[in-house]
Design a protein around this ligand. Structure first.
Ligand code: NAD
Ligand code: MG
Length: 407
């Protein structure tokens, strides 16, 4: 008797995998290092980077015998050198050192810097034609179509590490592009899912940082509360899988167990499920095309009991609507969407604006940019970075009037 054939009879990967982790000191970095720590004989750590946490970075460098570490803050080189004294770990500081870390030879690179600051390092890895696990959605949103074209040109393989996109990536494998009718990414709805608009408007930083299911970095946690994160993810899905906005739906699913679903022409819907633990999509990327042993809890659906779903509310969460608008506008609008959101989130953290003003600042920045009529396709990383800077300046100009205006 022959069993039903499974995809690969033999593992595709033997031997040691060289890995680099950009943003090693963050939340995704931490989950990635946890998976590497579990099977140290499978991996050689090439390079690690962090922004300013020298002690954390040096600790990881020593534990994993990294060959090179980079801290983004150029003022911390002396501190990093001192922390690594007596080891043979090479080190550097500043943006160029982070880019150097990304460009060093590694079979697999985790791109987990937060924000558009991750774009140049991610591109440095992509340009080597290596495998890049992409957690840093802002870099994709900032670079637009251009990022994936550059990956294709370099022969790099992009593996989606964001949980929803990783779910889609897994589910998409069960059909062909022309058979796909739509994809659905789920959203927990965040801490304000059931709140009235007037209460969301006044939400405090502490309330925005209380995510019901996921433990993540500060920026993405605030983006989840505003649903800007889902907006960024709709754009991310569009660029990653070359989908039109009409082919991407969002479904609110408070339990965060079903992460993404793909609907095919025959009306089959294929979904990926798992505990809300980033180590699951990261493990998928780390092992790909094989599967490694995970570190997250096994899914116990009987214990969870109920999975519920609801339609997203584009009125209470205008950030989601704006993402579809930006995607339809194209020609750099998603770069502006991301940049304005980064400025707005920083202003909210600094308590310069109310929570409700985050989406207003993004909307005003987008409108003002569209009115100025400077839209053009992004042809290079420099175009994306220039537009990102232009949009940040525009958002900063609009910020005082948004801050002064009561809703
Ligand atoms: P985090 O804030 O915990 O970590 C960010 C990392 O980037 C840190 O190592 C930090 O030192 C580094 N960094 C920050 N600014 C930098 C700069 N200017 N230059 C160089 N390095 C810099 O964030 P996180 O939650 O780990 O998220 C990282 C990325 O992954 C984000 O793009 C986020 O949207 C995405 N993501 C995160 C999760 C999650 O569960 N945390 C899930 C999906 C996607
Ligand atoms: Mg996600």
């Amino acid at each position: 008797m022959s069993p039903v054939p499974l995809k690969n009879a033999e593992p595709a990967h033997g031997g040691v995998r060289t890995v680099s982790v950009l943003g090693a000191t963050g939340s995704i970095g931490d989950s990635t290092m946890d998976l590497i720590r579990a099977e140290p004989e499978r991996y050689q750590v090439e390079a690690l980077t962090g922004n300013a946490n020298v002690a954390g970075l040096a600790k990881l460098a020593k534990e994993f015998s990294a060959r090179f570490v980079a801290v983004a803050d150029p003022a911390r080189l002396g501190e990093l050198r001192a922390a690594l004294a007596g080891t043979d770990v090479a080190c550097g500081a500043g943006e160029s050192a982070v880019i150097e870390a990304a460009a060093r030879p590694a079979d697999w690179v985790m791109a987990a810097i937060s924000g558009a600051a991750g774009l140049k390092p991610a591109l440095a890895a992509v340009d080597r034609g290596t495998t890049v696990a992409l957690a840093n959605k802002e870099c994709l949103v900032c670079a637009g179509d251009f990022f994936m074209s550059r990956a294709t040109a370099a022969g790099a393989q992009i593996l989606p590490a964001d949980s929803e996109h990783n779910a889609l990536f897994q589910a998409l494998a069960s059909g062909n592009r022309h058979e796909l009718t739509r994809v659905i990414i789920t959203a927990s709805g965040g801490p304000f899912r059931t709140w009235a608009a007037a209460d969301i408007e006044q939400a405090t930083l502490a309330q925005a940082l209380k995510h019901p299911n996921w433990s993540m970095g500060q920026k993405i946690t605030i983006d989840s509360a505003s649903m800007m994160n889902k907006g960024l993810e709709v754009i991310e899905a569009s660029y990653l899988f070359a989908l039109s906005p009409d082919e991407i739906d969002v479904l609110v699913h408070p339990q965060s167990i079903v992460h993404g679903l793909v609907e095919f022409a025959d009306r089959s819907v294929v979904a990926q499920l798992g505990a809300p633990d980033m180590r699951i999509p990261i493990a998928h990327c780390l092992g790909f095309p094989d599967r490694i042993t995970g570190r997250a809890a096994k899914l116990d659906l009987a214990k969870i009991g109920q999975l519920t779903f609801e339609a997203p509310d584009f009125t209470r969460f205008p950030g989601l609507r704006l993402a579809y608008d930006a995607l339809r506008t194209g020609n750099g609008a998603t770069t502006v969407y991301n940049a304005a959101n980064e400025v707005a989130v920083a202003a909210f953290i600094a308590q310069k604006i109310r929570f409700g003003a985050i989406a207003r600042l993004v909307e005003d920045t987008l409108n003002s940019w569209v009115r100025a009529g400077n839209q053009a396709p992004l042809g290079s990383a420099d175009d994306a970075i220039a537009l990102d800077q232009q949009a940040r300046n525009l958002a900063a100009t609009l910020l005082p009037q948004i801050a002064a205006k009561a809703s």
